[in-house]
Design a protein around this ligand. Structure first.
Ligand code: COA
Length: 328
């Protein structure tokens, strides 16, 4: 039977660091508030680069790590909530940057869960034999779209820019063992960017911009409550589907939304700290990039080794949430 496995991984973050002290000079906030509530100390921000630029750099690293060349990629799956343009998506832009004529490219719009959703898409295409090597990218440029004034402080302090990518290829042994995907659109406006969008006519007005409706908005406490509940559920769902216990998993990777969410979950589920890897303090929440960025750094740090069993999980806007079980 044909399965899929991750054969290469890489990440890329822009050089410029924005610290909590930098934010203090832009809005009414404090290093103490940000650290206490979120665990974030700094984040990366682009100067000029776009989301597809970051995705391109991460892709080159993942393809090299797989021992492949861009021409070996058969399909691009690009997860982002901050595309270069409203349309076309970042998938075709990345195809062009990689110089790989004329392979298919698609975009995933599942925000913080985008990487796990993309993993499921890639796995299906490989298992059916449609494609051999799928490049899955999670990349975000949040900083160009945030309100760095006191009005937008709840979100501006949380998000950062970055990218991570994996290459999936065919395998006789299961690498991706299962995935578990969910959505609940009734909470769409708990974490969203209202405008521009086709729900409005015109899609945006000068008044909308004045009122900041083109900036993301979040009901922080509601998101926090749903996130802790859904993370727990979807991790347990993954374990149950594979007849596994918490002890069987070598590493749990959480979408890096808020260190307090991760800590609450680990306490509730009795997951020891040595089975987790967090880089949120240095990058903030990088949405679709967060999981591949986290897993890639864990590989570099020697915390994740071939043969380990891992459980990545995510929750975010939509709401959407997801988990997977992967033999690394
Ligand atoms: N600096 C200082 N004060 C801030 C602030 C900031 N950056 N952002 C908000 N505040 C203020 C609020 O205005 C509020 O002030 P008030 O009491 O005078 O009205 C106070 O801090 C508390 O706000 P609240 O929103 O209740 O804080 P919180 O304890 O819920 O923490 C979050 C806010 C955003 C850190 C928290 O809700 C959270 O992490 N939610 C989940 C976020 C998440 O994971 N999102 C991504 C999902 S993928």
């Amino acid at each position: 039977m044909r399965h899929s496995r991750i054969v290469g991984i890489g990440h890329y973050v822009p050089e410029q660091v924005m610290t909590n002290a930098d934010l203090e000079s832009m809005m009414d906030t404090s290093d103490e508030w940000i650290r206490q509530r979120t665990g974030i100390e700094e984040r990366r921000v682009v100067t000029k680069e776009s989301t597809s630029d970051l995705g391109y750099q991460a892709s080159l690293r993942a393809i090299e790590n797989a021992g492949l060349e861009p021409k070996d990629i058969d399909l691009i799956v690009f997860a982002t909530l901050s595309p270069d343009y409203y349309f076309p998506g970042c998938g075709p832009l990345l195809q062009d940057k990689l110089g790989v004529d004329t392979i298919p490219a698609l975009d995933i719009r599942q925000q913080c869960s985008g990487f796990v959703y993309g993993l499921a898409v890639a796995d299906q295409f490989i298992r059916t034999g449609a494609y051999d090597h799928v490049l899955l990218v999670g990349a975000e440029v949040q900083s160009k779209g945030l309100d760095y004034t006191t009005r937008g402080r709840d979100l501006a302090v949380i998000f950062g820019d970055g990218a991570g990518a994996v290459v999936l290829g065919p395998s006789d042994e299961p690498g991706v063992q299962s995935f578990h995907l969910h959505s609940q659109g009734k909470h769409y406006d708990m974490l969203w960017m209202e405008k521009p969008g086709s729900a409005n006519k015109p899609i945006i007005t000068p008044e909308d911009i004045q009122e900041g409706r083109h900036f993301p908005k979040m009901e922080g406490q509601t998101v926090f409550k749903h996130a802790t509940r859904r993370f727990g559920e979807v991790i347990q769902e993954a374990l149950k589907a594979n007849d596994l216990s918490f002890d069987d998993i070598d590493m749990f990777f959480f979408h890096q939304a808020n260190l307090r969410i991760v800590e609450a979950l680990c306490k509730h589920l009795s997951i020891p700290a040595e089975k987790t890897f967090n880089n949120l303090s240095r990058y903030g929440n990088t949405t679709a990039a967060s999981l591949p960025l986290c897993i890639s750094e864990a590989v570099e740090a020697g915390r994740l080794k071939r043969g380990d069993l891992i459980c990545p999980s995510a929750f975010g806007s939509g709401f959407t949430w997801a988990s997977a079980i992967i033999r690394w």
